[in-house]
Write a protein that binds this ligand. Structure first.
Ligand code: P6P
Length: 335
């Protein structure tokens, strides 16, 4: 296959209306550079002292690992200088990240999780950077939080970098889903998975079953369906769960299957589960739909949810269309 870089692919396949100015290409190229820098550190994490905790806690109340913090700093440093953003929001930062006036601004908004799945850093499990891009609706005034709280259906682009056996970038601009693999010898992401389509029905379900006693009855019915030999494929789905959203999602995107993180009653402060709407569920839902899959919170399409706050959490069922539709049917019957 002729080697096609991300930039070349974007210029050839982008929707003229959304990205004609080249500013979007600049945004993505800066993000790609940040990912290459993060990939370099992640791939040598075992060799230098970037493992372990910084001793700080992020807005999610999670221990921040050094690579989490490092990745967050790299992305903010690169992207604030790109001259194409009017605001950023990170899973690691409580509030909006302002773009200093000296760097010039644009109309794009970048929302990201700098290093998702970071609890797996020390044990060499694949982790990832997730990103979601919007345009602000009103460029006549300084950006405010409500400009950022747009529903997922308004995303201009979304994607992730996965730092695993190889470093890959998977993204969509609403024109299908495309995967690129980093060739370290030339430092370029080359097209390796053109026009990814998720199988209509999978054989894999991904969920942390240790929360069984904290789920409501409909959720238990959902999980029991996938474990039952009497389901539509007449055999139990295989349970594959590695606790790293990007890794679990990526496997199911390519092989087919469903990833589930339902609401549970473990933490009264997190009644809607652990995953964040803006920097995890929305980008993964956009990718899944563009690949022919589906994403719901149990009842509603993820991309239709109007966000109320920056770090809002949401239950997530995402993956093969038939599998996610089955979840919707079970919940509908039980409400
Ligand atoms: P649990 C990682 O911390 C993360 O946000 C996702 O990457 C992953 O899917 C989930 O949490 C794992 O959560 O509760 O199963 O450990």
């Amino acid at each position: 296959m002729r080697q096609i870089t991300v930039t070349e692919h974007l210029l050839v396949h982008q929707k003229a209306s959304a990205m004609a100015t080249g500013r979007f290409t600049r945004l993505l190229n800066e993000l790609i550079l940040a990912a290459k820098i993060i990939s370099r550190e992640v791939n040598k994490a075992g060799l230098v002292d970037v493992l372990g905790f910084t001793g700080e806690v992020n807005v999610q109340g999670e221990q921040v690992k050094k690579l989490d913090e490092y990745a967050n700093r790299v992305i903010i440093h690169r992207m604030e200088r790109a001259g194409v953003l009017c605001a950023m929001a990170s899973e690691e930062n409580a509030d909006l990240i302002e773009i200093p006036a000296k760097f010039g601004q644009g109309d794009y908004i970048l929302i990201f999780d700098p290093l998702d799945g970071s609890s797996n850093i020390d044990v060499n499990v694949s982790i990832g950077t997730i990103f979601s891009i919007y345009r602000r609706k009103d460029g006549t005034r300084p950006v405010v939080l409500s400009d950022v709280l747009q529903k997922g259906a308004e995303q201009v682009a979304a994607g992730y970098f996965i730092y695993g056996s190889s470093t890959m970038m998977v993204y969509t601009t609403g024109n299908g889903v495309h995967g690129f693999t980093l060739d370290p010898s030339v430092g370029e992401f080359l097209l390796s998975h053109p026009d990814i389509k998720i199988p209509e029905q999978g054989k894999i379900y991904s969920i942390n079953e240790s929360y069984w006693h904290y789920w409501d009855e409909p959720t238990k019915q959902v999980v029991s369906y996938f474990k039952s030999p009497e389901n539509e494929i007449k055999r139990p789905y295989s349970l594959r769960y590695i606790g790293s959203l990007v890794a679990d999602f990526h496997r199911n995107l390519l092989y087919g299957g469903i990833f589930m993180y339902p609401a549970d009653s473990r933490d009264p402060k997190k009644p809607s589960g652990k995953l964040r709407l803006l920097c995890e569920a929305n980008p993964m839902a956009f990718i899944a739909e563009q690949a022919g899959g589906m994403a719901i919170d149990g009842q509603r399409r993820i991309l239709d949810i109007e966000p109320q706050e920056l770090h809002q959490r949401v239950p997530l069922f995402v993956g093969s269309k038939k599998d996610v539709q089955k979840v919707a049917d079970i919940y509908k019957c039980s409400t």
